[in-house]
Ligand binder design. Sequence first.
Ligand SMILES: Nc1ncnc2c1ncn2[C@@H]1O[C@H](COP(=O)(O)OP(=O)(O)O)[C@@H](O)[C@H]1O
Ligand SMILES: [Mg+2]
Length: 323
Amino acid sequence: MIPTRRIQQELARTIENTHLPIPGRRIQGKVRDSYVLNDGRRILVATDRISAFDCVLGTIPFKGQVLNQIATFWFQQTADIAPNHVLDIPDPAVMVVAECEQLPLEFIVRGYITGVTETSAWTNYARGVRNFCGNILPDGLRKDQKLERPILTPTTKHEKHDRNLSRDEAIAEGLITPELFDTAAALCFRLFERGQQFAATRGLILVDTKYELGLRNGVLTVTDEIHTPDSSRYWFADTYDTLFRQGKEQRKLDKEYVREWLAAQGFRGEGTPPPIPDEVRIEAARRYIEVYEIVTGRSFEISEEPPVERIRRNLKERGYLGP
Ligand SMILES: Nc1ncnc2c1ncn2[C@@H]1O[C@H](COP(=O)(O)OP(=O)(O)O)[C@@H](O)[C@H]1O
Ligand SMILES: [Mg+2]
């Protein structure tokens, strides 16, 4: 456990954005800074930025390291199911990956019906939607209920806000061929099954998650991040039944904490987000670190060096910086 005082110290030196002298094209995502090299590799720097409702809201101490290390862990855990993009981990917050041709869809697999955002299954269901991205849902479901079997709900990538769609719509829009969609879907269900099984051994429920896939020399490859608290919901398994029966909120270990704090301030993606107070940033950091420790079974190791300096030093030592 990292003491609260140590997290507090880190508030002032989080990784907000990087401008590293890497010889490659820099692309800033919501959370990651990418540097695309001209030899088929991409350097993904997981910053401490937090995004919710498609907006960047500020930074959470140690978040980049947590995300990168959880993704690394899960890429190893699932390497027998599908090839992934990882080539090297030169720093706790950096992953060097194989540049892939990203599919224009994100594949969301959901084992439970929940969520508070516009694209969430529960939000839609509560409004009366019974055909959700091509999945027919029965009447009478309650928030957080386990689905009979996991469902796949694709969304579009490369659009400002995610847009839900069904398999058939994705095909009709020419985004993907039926063969590639079905292969990708089967792969995502296998990844999710492994994720749920493993999470259960740690006393967690992997509730839902988003996968990004790409083609590497024509081979379907898992890219971006996998089963991180940014791309997934995690609940504690031991209290699930009781809380569900009582109609209470689940004990969560994911980004929902910050989403709910924002929603409580009246922010759901429109207008300017409110600044996140330090105590919320610290609590969010504590939860991110907790997911890392529970999922991996390891204690979270931090360095005393400011993270941006550490990244620069590690990349230089491994020869990733220009001359
Ligand atoms: N192996 C890969 N090849 C090409 N692009 C990738 C790969 N892995 C991840 N990406 C892309 O890198 C970017 C990572 O930055 P991120 O902050 O997660 O972006 P976003 O704002 O789209 O979530 C994403 O656009 C993701 O699709
Ligand atoms: Mg992303």
